[in-house]
Ligand binder design. Structure first.
Ligand SMILES: *[C@@H]1O[C@H](CO)[C@@H](O)[C@H](O)[C@H]1NC(C)=O
Ligand SMILES: *[C@@H]1O[C@H](CO)[C@@H](O)[C@H](O)[C@H]1NC(C)=O
Ligand SMILES: *[C@@H]1O[C@H](CO)[C@@H](O)[C@H](O)[C@H]1NC(C)=O
Length: 966
């Protein structure tokens, strides 16, 4: 209850409507006749305090005191509701027929669901004839799940596209600020709402950022647009204090959410240490504790009618607007979402909970929680916090260095609740479900994986009485999927929020193969997960066994090979693996080459016997059973700083940025030096080794730079130990890299002008000289590709002109090789890009409007029938997929597979592999059969590189003369 309201009369009913009208009557009465009014309620006061020493609102104070420690929860009549408080007038009832429903607890085959007045009215077998008035949807057996719930989002506060005028995630005005509220920065026009809904996200906790120990209060929103169009109307069960007037004195309070952060982020922002961070918490909690104590003391007097000891008629409840949220934490009425990574920080917060007696709802990011499950169980209150994780996003800072893809599995096995979260826009929450898919792939069991983005986050935020399940009486938030939600690329066919269909007609679905209609039978990772824990997340990533397959040496025989893909003349072809194989194929590898491959296996088995006899037992034959697996060409990663960095945010672990020649002070000593990435290569970074173990056996990396001209990229082996090893550097220099962007230090026109001058020479026709001149000569010869990082279609248009201009100057028939890299808006000028013979490397692979110049994306199904990839391919453009960050490289195989699944059959399996191998090489200047080509093979068990069923078990490398088994 808040100040300024008339006191409730003693006889009011618990029915809210009645109560409110009585309050209004009483407030009028109180204005008219204060004296009579006072006598009205003093009758009720027990004790014999004299009238003059009693505050006029004594009854209200006592009510407030009685309510102080009431635990939040739904109103008592919530479970009998027939209409949602979020129901929008005019919403039609919907009957979904014949869906395969995952309710949050179990699967109902051929089930129906009736949505009415914003809630789920009936589920199971609904008699259609009873509901003539509803919209009917025949699901034809498709999967139906609860809406996706994101426990950690900055949607609306960290804006997309990112603009300086709308950066409302972090306040930097103080280290502990429980009084701030994310709601106050919630932009209703963010581009991401529509996109995230298209990924099935229906509810999210919008958190302040992690720049502070206590960043402020978070709010739960539903993502759909509302009729009122206000941020407030997007809130789900906001605490009554949020607008200062939504007071419900007879209902329990609602859950509040608070953001806390420990470790690097608050430390970095306030240039302080972990010691300062924990002290800032203790100081803040100590303040809250004293306020709480004074409230409790006050209330104990008030409730025993000892008014004189607390100020008599002027007794005032001790309140602090600044600290009230933290006092509520101590009263157990706030869900704390705590950004916290490392054992040292987790320990600090667990101690804090015991010192001040409060609970943490979930540790977020929490990369080391899987190493200290017992520590989490020591939290105050006995029940451990949940853990909210990324699946494979890690190693970006020290705190994340020991992060593991097995964390969800290990934590679940230790009885902890696992949530997968987006930290949107860090990860695009449109693909939050993909985090659960990956967690499942790496060992989190099916039901827990589904719960990790539905039931569990709903519970952790205190909303599981209405979201997270498909159950009678729950909010009508559901997603109808085009495939099983844990299969790669699962896409909504329709999304309902509060019963309102969110995908407007027309919306698009890609036809999916039958195999993705059931949950993937994912590999066993018990051994790897155990090792990760034993080594504190720093387990060796090298091969378990290495065979030297040089001439006359070991032979490796892969048996039970279901399919094999080969790179032939820069194309990937399936060499066997249609029906005829039946898992009997054998591939024999000697000297790093597949010397024999046979569908029936017979020829290769005979050959291996012959080899054994010839070598008189000196040749070791290693047999590897792929259990219906596959051999495919090694994948190639391009686009990130892979090979130049260990930990992105630690400069002492990185090659560092190349100077920008367009900046104010390029160092004079450099002269016309062209920076070469090969000079800065680092090997055995964990992201490179994870990529290697995921089938990405070479990478093409330009010098790190956000400026205009970064220099020459290099091609290297991700599995090598150092640059001097045989086959470590495949090609020292691959392509020349330039970046042109709005928002750079110099204008776009200046950047394009500088490129023109570099390519064509100055007005007097004088060409570049020296090192840069030599490199430019190769570009003009058409032997060195010019790769331009560019997102805006407008800048692409200028560059297409520039290319024509340069070629016109060079003379008839002369062509230069140009590639657009990143290329978010490429689809807008696809025809012109195709005609100009320009290639495109897309990065990120699935577009997102992070910046203004990326905002006109082609979002793909269900928002558009085409993806950028299919659209560019239809214009005969050579397309490849890049990796936008070093940790992303390991996921290339799934990115490729997803591109194929999204393409309605346009992109075959072999073409999908081309997007992340042969096409990249062609665009980046690595020609078939020439220096730099990745000639490795990758062996997968249980399926192909493109399948969530398969695990990479080996790499065959002729150039390095080894077979590595993992
Ligand atoms: C539900 O849909 C599936 C798939 O289309 C179909 O095989 C089945 O017969 C349908 N069941 C009912 C009860 O209509
Ligand atoms: C405050 O919010 C409540 C919903 O919790 C609503 O009923 C009330 O009308 C709001 N007050 C104002 C002034 O908007
Ligand atoms: C793409 O190439 C094919 C075959 O060369 C040709 O028939 C088609 O017209 C081309 N499409 C476009 C959009 O240029």
């Amino acid at each position: 209850m808040e100040k300024g309201l008339p006191p409730p009369a003693p006889f009011v009913q618990r029915r809210r409507a009645k109560a409110n009208s009585l309050l209004r009557v009483l407030s009028v009465l109180s204005l008219v006749a204060v004296g009579a009014y006072v006598s009205l309620f003093t009758v009720h006061l027990r004790g014999n305090t004299s009238l003059s020493s009693i505050p006029i609102n004594a009854n209200e104070i006592q009510q407030k005191c009685r309510n102080l420690n009431v635990v939040p929860g739904p109103p008592s009549d919530f479970y009998s509701r027939s209409k949602s408080d979020r129901f929008e007038h005019g919403t039609k009832s919907v009957l979904i027929k014949n869906a395969t429903i995952w309710t949050g607890e179990k699967v109902i085959e051929s089930g129906d669901v009736l949505l009415d007045k914003g809630i789920i009215k009936a589920i199971g077998s609904v008699d259609e004839s009873q509901y003539g008035f509803v919209d009917k949807i025949n699901a034809h057996g498709a999967w139906l799940s609860p809406g996706i719930v994101d426990l950690h989002s900055h949607l609306g506060v960290g804006s997309s596209p990112s603009l300086k005028g709308a950066s409302d995630t972090n306040s930097r005005k103080g280290i502990t600020q429980p009084w701030l509220r994310s709601l106050d920065g919630l932009n209703t026009h963010d581009d991401a709402y529509r996109l995230s809904i298209a990924g099935g996200v229906t509810t999210a906790v919008v958190l302040p950022g992690s720049a502070n120990s206590i960043g402020g209060q978070a709010f739960v929103i539903k993502l759909r647009p509302t009729n009122e169009k206000s941020p407030s109307s997007m809130l789900l069960e906001p605490p009554f204090s949020f607008n200062g007037s939504g007071i419900e004195p007879f209902d329990p309070p609602r859950w509040r959410q608070l953001k806390q952060a420990c470790g690097e982020n608050p430390s970095r922002v306030y240039s302080q240490t972990r010691m300062d961070n924990i002290w800032s918490f203790r100081k803040a909690y100590s303040t809250a504790q004293s306020i709480k104590q004074s409230q409790d003391d006050f209330c104990s007097s008030a409730l025993s009618n000892s008014w004189s000891s607390i100020g008599g008629s002027s007794a005032t409840f001790p309140e602090s607007l600044e600290w009230e949220a933290l006092v509520d934490v101590l009263r157990g009425r706030v869900k704390i979402q705590n950004h916290c990574y490392e054992a040292v920080d987790l320990d600090g917060i667990i101690r804090l909970t015991n010192e001040f007696k409060f609970k943490i709802a979930a540790f977020h990011h929490a990369h080391e929680t899987y190493l200290v499950p017992d520590l989490l169980k020591k939290m105050y209150g006995g029940e451990p916090p949940a853990v909210a994780l990324f699946a494979t996003n890690g190693r970006y800072k020290r705190e994340a260095y020991r992060g593991s893809e097995f964390a969800p599995k290990v934590l679940a096995e230790n009885g902890l609740n696992v949530v997968m979260k987006s930290d949107h826009p860090v990860l695009n929450s449109r693909y939050l479900l993909h985090e659960a898919q990956q967690a499942h792939y790496f060992g989190l069991e099916e039901e827990l994986a589904l719960k990790s983005v539905t039931v569990t986050p709903a519970k952790v935020m205190g909303m599981d009485h209405r979201v997270g399940y498909v159950k009678e009486g729950y909010d009508a938030d559901l997603v109808l999927w085009d495939s099983h939600p844990l299969s790669l690329g699962a896409t909504p066919k329709q999304v309902f929020i509060d019963g309102i269909p969110q995908l407007k007609s027309p919306h698009f679905i890609s036809s999916k193969p039958a195999k993705v209609q059931t949950p993937p039978n994912t590999p066993n990772w018990d051994r790897e997960a155990k090792e990760a824990v034993e080594w504190d997340g720093n387990q060796p990533l090298g091969p378990r066994e290495r065979f030297d397959t040089g001439a006359g040496k070991d032979v490796v025989m892969f048996v039970n090979v279901e399919s094999m893909y080969a790179k032939i003349q820069g194309r990937i072809l399936r060499v066997f693996g249609e029906e005829e194989t039946l898992g009997k194929g054998v591939v024999l590898v000697r000297d790093g080459e597949a010397v024999c491959k046979s569908v029936s296996g017979r020829e290769c088995l005979q050959m291996s016997e012959r080899l054994e006899q010839e070598a008189e037992g000196k040749v070791k034959i290693k047999v590897v059973d792929l259990e219906g697996g596959s051999l495919s060409p090694g994948l190639v990663s391009y686009g990130s700083a892979l090979g130049l960095t260990h930990i992105a945010s630690e400069s002492s672990t990185n090659d560092g940025p190349a100077p920008d020649p367009l900046s104010a002070n390029p160092p004079a000593i450099l002269g016309d030096t062209v920076i070469r990435a090969v000079d800065g290569l680092v090997f055995e970074s964990r992201n490179a080794l994870f990529a290697y173990r995921s089938g990405v056996t070479s990478a093409i990396t330009p010098p790190s730079s956000s400026g205009f001209l970064s220099g020459l990229s290099t091609v290297f082996s991700t599995g090598s130990s150092h640059a001097l090893e045989q086959g470590a550097v495949l090609k020292p220099d691959a392509a020349l890299h330039v970046g042109i962007s709005m928002g750079a230090e110099k204008s776009v026109a200046t950047q394009v002008g500088a490129l023109r001058r570099v390519l064509l020479g100055d007005a007097k026709g004088e060409a570049q000289e020296g090192e840069l001149g030599a490199v430019i000569k190769q570009v003009l010869d058409g032997t060195l590709p010019l790769v331009i990082s560019v997102d805006s279609a407008d800048i692409m248009a200028s560059l297409i002109h520039l290319k024509e201009e340069v070629e016109g100057t060079l003379g008839p028939g002369r062509k230069i090789k140009v590639v657009f890299d990143r290329a978010a808006e490429a689809h807008l000028v696809a025809e012109e890009i195709g005609q100009a013979g320009i290639g495109v490397v897309l990065s990120p692979v699935r577009p997102f409007p992070s910046s203004w110049e990326q905002r006109r994306i082609l979002p793909g199904p269900p928002l558009s029938s085409e993806t950028t990839i299919t659209h560019l391919l239809k214009h005969n453009i050579t397309v490849a997929l890049g990796a936008s960050d070093t940790w992303v490289a390991r996921n290339l195989r799934f990115d490729a597979s997803w591109a194929s699944l999204d393409s309605s059959g346009l992109v075959s399996d072999a073409q999908a592999l081309e997007l992340v191998s042969a096409n990249l090489e062609r665009l980046l200047g690595v020609q078939p059969g020439e220096e730099g080509e990745n000639t490795d093979w990758v062996a997968t068990r249980g399926g192909s590189l493109l399948d969530l069923e398969a695990k990479v078990v080996g790499v065959v490398s002729s150039r390095r003369g080894v077979v590595d088994l993992f």
